[in-house]
Design a protein around this ligand. Structure first.
Ligand code: NAI
Length: 304
């Protein structure tokens, strides 16, 4: 198999001023893409923005002989999303790759979370991904080619204490990605989602209580471990879509949403009661023989 190359491709990486996004952008640029480095340059909550973070990454790419341009818009507004895609079109004339990576965090026990913190996380992770993806999708659809990577989280899909706001936002990213994937496939737009775990300022913001039970054995946590999967998913080599991948502690693995065979009440049998559910609960809960449906319709079609 030939080496992955992004020669002739244009990529957007949101939140690329630091952490994982910076690693993704450097690698995608190193492999030949022209890259839009979006970052509002703020602190971990997303506040106190500036231009330095994005500018520094652009300078690093240019110093290595690559091509990149900065954008300082927040992903959290429709104007910001459009501005990011326009930066790509103005500078490079197309968009082939979008990595939705920008994120913020405000951890606290569930009952201490402010409504404002919920709004803020939904605005960046979910609405942000929506606002950037929609105009990028239009360009990709017109070109008949695209690769989109969404960044969800194990916290969002499996749960993680003191992160109800973050998990709600990351869970919603999964829902968004599923539909973009279904609508993108006929246009050659392949859409996948990562659940990363890597050393970054966001990871450093977690407290010991949140990691109780975590193995302490040495393991990979470099952002570049995540980038390897992102670059693959962003490449022509990748032919999968609507999939989820966990990259944690050196392990790359597919994650999936399955449905068990369950207990079925035929249409000519009486409507079930709570007592019927109680009587069949072991069968309803039994995962043996589960299926992994590719859409809502495919899930309904499993029931005869
Ligand atoms: P980070 O805090 O280093 O990077 C996030 C970047 O997004 C920052 O550079 C920040 O300035 C930028 N950003 C924040 N709000 C923005 C906005 N409204 N518009 C544009 N840019 C904005 O954190 P890290 O760890 O690199 O996170 C990258 C992504 O990976 C995030 O979506 C995060 O939720 C996700 N993630 C990270 C994990 C980890 O273990 N590091 C675990 C699970 C998910």
């Amino acid at each position: 198999m030939s080496e992955i190359s992004f020669a002739g491709r244009v990529a957007i990486v949101t939140g690329a001023g630091g952490g994982l996004g910076k690693a993704h952008a450097l690698e995608i640029a190193r492999r030949g893409a022209k890259v839009v480095i979006n970052d509002l340059g703020g602190d971990i909550s997303g506040a106190n923005g500036g231009t330095a973070m994005a500018d520094d990454v652009v300078a690093e790419i240019q110093a290595a002989g690559g091509d990149a341009v900065a954008n300082y818009d927040s992903v959290a507004t429709p104007e910001g999303g459009r501005g990011i895609v326009e930066t790509a079109l103005d500078a490079f004339g197309r968009v082939d790759i979008l990595v939705n990576n920008a994120g913020n965090i405000r951890n606290a026990p569930f009952t201490d979370l402010s409504p404002e913190s919920v709004e803020s996380l939904l605005a960046v992770h979910v609405k942000g991904a929506f606002h950037v993806t929609q105009p990028a999708f239009e360009v990709m659809r017109d070109n008949g080619y695209g690769r989109i990577v969404f960044t969800s989280s194990a916290a969002g899909l499996f749960g993680s204490i003191q992160q109800a706001n973050y998990a709600a936002a990351k869970g919603a990213v999964f829902g968004l990605a599923n539909v973009v994937a279904l609508e993108g496939k006929p246009h050659g737009i392949l859409v996948n989602t990562i659940l990363p775990a890597a050393n970054s300022r966001m990871q450093a913001d977690m407290n010991a209580e949140q990691f109780v039970g975590m193995p302490t054995t040495p393991a990979h946590g470099e952002p570049e471990m995540i980038t390897a999967m992102v670059a693959y998913l962003a490449s022509e080599q990748n032919t999968a879509t609507r999939e989820l991948y966990s990259i944690a502690r050196g392990r790359y693995a597919r994650v999936f949403m399955g449905v068990a065979p369950g207990w079925h009440v035929a249409h000519d049998e009486p409507v079930a009661t709570a007592d019927d559910v109680a009587a069949h609960i072991d069968r309803i809960r039994d995962l043996e023989g589960y299926a992994v449906p590719e859409s809502m319709v495919a899930e309904f079609a499993l029931v005869p």
